[in-house]
Design a protein around this ligand. Structure first.
Ligand code: HEC
Ligand code: HEC
Length: 360
């Protein structure tokens, strides 16, 4: 798909705080409907009933104020790959959300500009269109807000928003496209909207799992089929990784060991200041997780096997550990089945070409 990683230069420490519109409440209808283990049904474990896992909706939700269409997506894609959004000119979004590594960062924690980035692992951009909240702690409500936040926050970005806008205003290719797409000169709002529109095209879907639940029983091997049953039963994964995007969009403390530059990361607590949220992080999607190592908010685990061992042990010791996490007593065989199922969630490759970024 992609081999010129040099071009995937990337920018802006995205560590934002802000608030905005919630866009995806309509998705709930895609999950609800009764009955047993059917793809659109529910699953009950220990008296707790959660939505089943199942195929993604065929249409990607987008806000009424930022409809997705081709010329906007093309513009957003150029901006996503354009290092001029950063002070050094070298760091674009793709530097940390690299298409060659599942639109995530293979580094344990991202390196940004002038130490402006915290000690967190950059999650994948795949299916962020379906997230109710963005970031590990959910501090941004929309992709638009997520993209614009760092630009408004010079401490986190290494570049001021005035500079980004004035740099891009000098580039004729951008002048022309902003006029065509938004009817304006280059501005921050348009920049955020175009990038968000592009992100809404980065979708992981049509995995072996999706084909299997759509009726192609040969799409998953026996191992993955057994892994799916464990996922929805003995291994308890579905208690949090549920619905079409394999996430409840909630925050939980798993007792993940804190590694990397931060001594402590209280996660969701920084947003809500509620004690119960100390050390709780957003349940990530598991779609295409085989492409997006390392794992967890701090990149503590390198392989799916390490993650499964961690859950099998009942998570990590933590006074705020979620009661949903328990030791699982999985056999070696069962652990391997579960990993086979996780790999069956890899979406079909999306055709990808680097954009032509306007020179001047
Ligand atoms: C220097 C590395 C870096 C760059 C550059 C970067 N990001 Fe990120 N991104 C991160 C990290 C780290 C996080 C997680 C931070 C957190 O949760 O506090 C993140 C989180 C996100 C999320 C939230 C995903 C989720 O599931 O919650 C999105 C979306 C995103 N970035 C998009 C972008 C876009 C668009 C750009 C360019 C405008 C960009 N990023 C540039 C490192 C980076
Ligand atoms: C109590 C809710 C809960 C349960 C149960 C649960 N998870 Fe998670 N999972 C999470 C949360 C929250 C995170 C992120 C935690 C963090 O970074 O501190 C996570 C992270 C992960 C990741 C890392 C993904 C990434 O992109 O970094 C994988 C893989 C994963 N879980 C798989 C599983 C499997 C397999 C099971 C069942 C054995 C399971 N989970 C059970 C909530 C849960």
């Amino acid at each position: 798909m992609l081999n010129n990683r040099l071009l995937l230069a990337g920018l802006i420490g995205l560590l934002v705080s802000a608030s905005g519109l919630s866009v995806f409440d309509n998705l709930k209808s895609a999950q609800a409907s009764p009955s047993g283990h059917a793809p659109h049904g529910t699953v009950t474990i220990d008296g707790l009933t959660v939505p089943d896992i199942g195929p993604l909706p065929t249409s990607v939700p987008s806000p009424a104020t930022n409809l997705t269409y081709k010329s906007k997506v093309e513009l957003g894609k150029q901006l996503y790959f354009d290092g001029r959004l950063s002070k050094s000119g070298a760091i674009s979004c793709a530097f940390c959300h690299n298409p060659a590594t599942g639109f995530a960062d293979p580094r344990q924690t991202s390196i940004g500009i002038e130490g402006g980035v915290g000690g967190r692992q950059a999650p994948t951009v795949y299916n962020t269109a379906f997230n109710h909240l963005q970031f590990w702690d959910g501090r941004a409500r929309s992709l638009e807000e997520q993209a614009i936040g760092p630009i408004q926050n010079p401490i986190e970005m290494g570049e001021t928003h005035e500079n980004v806008v004035s740099k891009l205003r000098k580039i004729k290719g951008y002048q022309r496209q902003f006029l065509a797409v938004f009817g304006t000169e280059v501005n921050l709002q348009g920049l955020a909207e175009a990038i968000a529109a592009y992100e809404r095209t980065i979708i992981s879907t049509n995995s072996s799992f999706d084909k299997y639940v759509a009726g192609d029983v040969s799409a998953m091997d026996e191992r993955a089929v057994r892994g799916m049953a464990l996922f929805k039963g003995k291994a308890r994964c579905i208690l949090c990784h549920n619905g079409p995007n394999f996430t409840d969009n909630q925050f939980h403390n798993l007792g993940v060991p804190q590694v990397g530059p931060l001594k402590e990361d209280l996660g969701r607590y920084y947003v809500t200041k509620a004690e119960k949220d100390q050390g709780a992080f957003k349940t990530p999607t598991l779609r295409s997780m085989s492409e997006t190592a390392p794992y967890m908010h701090d990149g503590a685990f390198k392989t799916p096997e390490e993650v499964v061992d961690f859950f099998n042990a009942g998570g990590g010791a933590n006074q705020n550990l979620s009661p949903l996490v328990k030791p699982l007593s999985l056999t070696a065989e069962e652990k391997a089945d579960l990993v086979a199922f996780l790999k069956a969630l890899t979406g079909e490759p999306i055709p990808f070409q680097l954009p032509k970024i306007p020179k001047d």
